[in-house]
Design a protein around this ligand. Structure first.
Ligand code: HEC
Length: 222
């Protein structure tokens, strides 16, 4: 092979290494310029980034607060019985008609109650859930408030002040909370909240039942 060809091949292969070396160097060096976008898609567009200023509004916030009275689609709260547990401004005494009461719904309520309520109120609703027991243990071992706070025990759902409450009021408690108890409106869907309070009613009845409440064939000879 003539020497000249060998020299050309050698120089050629050395030159061929230059582009990848330049590319590798460029990739590892920060560059303040915008990237060159051959295919633009939606990379470059007029927009406001989070927390940036917008001179269009007097308060200059680009993230706009919710407009008062906005109602999300399908969430018009016109049916107060269903949504708030009230009828004509009074606590509803029945479950809403669109949720017929049956065994499946009560069992759903039992399942949801066991998930959301038993940690504090206990499986029977007596207020003796695991969290309650643990808190009482901590409080009884301490000389004063624990971490600067005191424990308000979860109420027994068989307390007369609860059993006399209309079911709409129970629904309101589950939805919005009451005094020291937080609401579950944002976690538990409406239908499940109704199922839960229906189950609470069943629990209350179970703790104050007479033999007449038990179907004759299930009384076991009593
Ligand atoms: C984190 C603990 C906790 C959980 C979980 C909890 N509760 Fe409570 N609940 C409380 C406490 C504490 C009170 C008493 C509040 C007070 O008196 O300040 C209470 C009170 C109540 C009352 C009585 C309201 C009244 O008018 O006196 C009802 C009814 C009730 N809870 C139902 C429920 C239901 C149903 C659930 C499940 C969806 C639930 N709670 C989940 C802690 C809890």
């Amino acid at each position: 092979m003539p020497r000249i060809i060998i020299i050309v091949l050698l120089i050629g292969s050395l030159l061929a290494m230059l582009p990848p070396v330049i590319a590798a160097q460029a990739r590892s060096t920060p560059n303040p310029n915008r990237p060159i976008n051959l295919i633009q898609d939606m990379d470059l567009q007029a927009k406001f980034k989070a927390q940036s200023e917008n001179d269009l509004f007097a308060d200059k916030r680009s993230q706009r607060p919710q407009i008062q009275g906005t109602v999300a689609r399908n969430e018009a709260y016109l049916d107060t019985h269903f949504n708030e547990g009230t009828v004509d401004g009074q606590w509803a005494t029945t479950t809403p008609s669109q949720l017929p009461m049956n065994m499946a719904r009560l069992q759903r309520g039992e399942e949801r109650f066991n998930i959301y309520c038993t940690p504090c109120h206990g499986y029977s609703g007596a207020g003796d859930g695991a969290i309650n027991q643990r808190a009482l243990e901590l409080v009884s071992n301490a000389d004063g408030p624990v971490n600067g706070t005191v424990w308000v025990a979860a109420k027994s759902l068989h307390d007369a002040t609860v059993t006399i409450q209309p079911i709409g009021q129970l629904f309101n408690t589950v939805t919005h909370g009451v005094r020291n108890m937080a609401g579950y409106g944002s976690q538990v869907p409406i239908e499940d909240r109704w199922a839960i309070v229906a189950y609470v009613r069943a629990l209350q009845r179970s703790q104050n039942a007479s033999i007449e409440d038990v179907p004759a064939d299930k009384r076991g000879g009593l």
